[in-house]
Ligand binder design. Structure first.
Ligand code: F42
Length: 147
């Protein structure tokens, strides 16, 4: 299901600019984290309170066609707001380069979380540092193609 409606860009200019470059080029430009070659995906979802369309770049952590959304926010003490949005509205769209899918987000716990956390750190090693910087357990969601 397409996530239509009013798009409210991130208040952070580097995030907003990445979304614009990524989407504006059809997934050919702006697809890596600044100053690195590491790939990024764009997750489109709805705000929990406003219902507005939100777009969040995240590191690309992929396995067998599913993706992981890691709520690291650089190891900040608080969860990113999008974590609450995904808990309330798990229907998302994910863009990986030129490909786009409808997906459903499911928050992970226990062993399944541990397995995916290893994949996340393999794809983006700073996640391990971010977890050490904060006392919260970084929330993670697997995004699976909607049937
Ligand atoms: N962040 C990560 O957490 N993990 C990553 O792997 C990651 C990678 C990444 C790569 C490239 C890049 O450009 C950015 C990257 N980020 C990564 C940063 C990420 O894109 C987010 O900017 C960051 O996680 C912060 O998310 P946030 O949702 O807290 O964003 C804030 C700045 C924000 O947009 N706030 C909005 C606002 O207007 O203040 C939130 C608005 C919102 O969602 N409101 C809800 C609504 O209903 O509309 C209700 C909110 C409520 O109060 O419940």
């Amino acid at each position: 299901m397409a996530i239509d409606g009013e798009y409210v860009p991130s208040p952070a200019s580097w995030v907003r600019d990445q979304v614009e470059a990524y989407e504006g080029s059809g997934g050919r430009q702006g697809t890596t984290l600044r100053d690195t070659e590491l790939p990024v995906v764009i997750v489109t979802n709805r705000g929990a309170k406003t219902g507005a369309v939100r777009k969040t770049p995240l590191m690309r952590v992929e396995h067998d066609g599913s993706y992981l959304a890691v709520g690291s926010k650089g190891g900040a003490p608080q969860n990113p707001v999008w974590v609450y949005n995904l808990r309330a509205n798990p229907d998302v769209e994910l863009q990986d380069g030129q490909d786009k899918w409808s997906m459903t987000a499911r928050e992970l716990t226990g062993e399944e979380r541990g397995l995916w956390w290893e994949r996340a750190v393999a794809a983006f090693p700073p996640y391990a540092e971010y977890q050490k910087k904060t006392t919260r357990l970084i929330p993670v969601f697997v995004l699976e193609k909607t049937q």
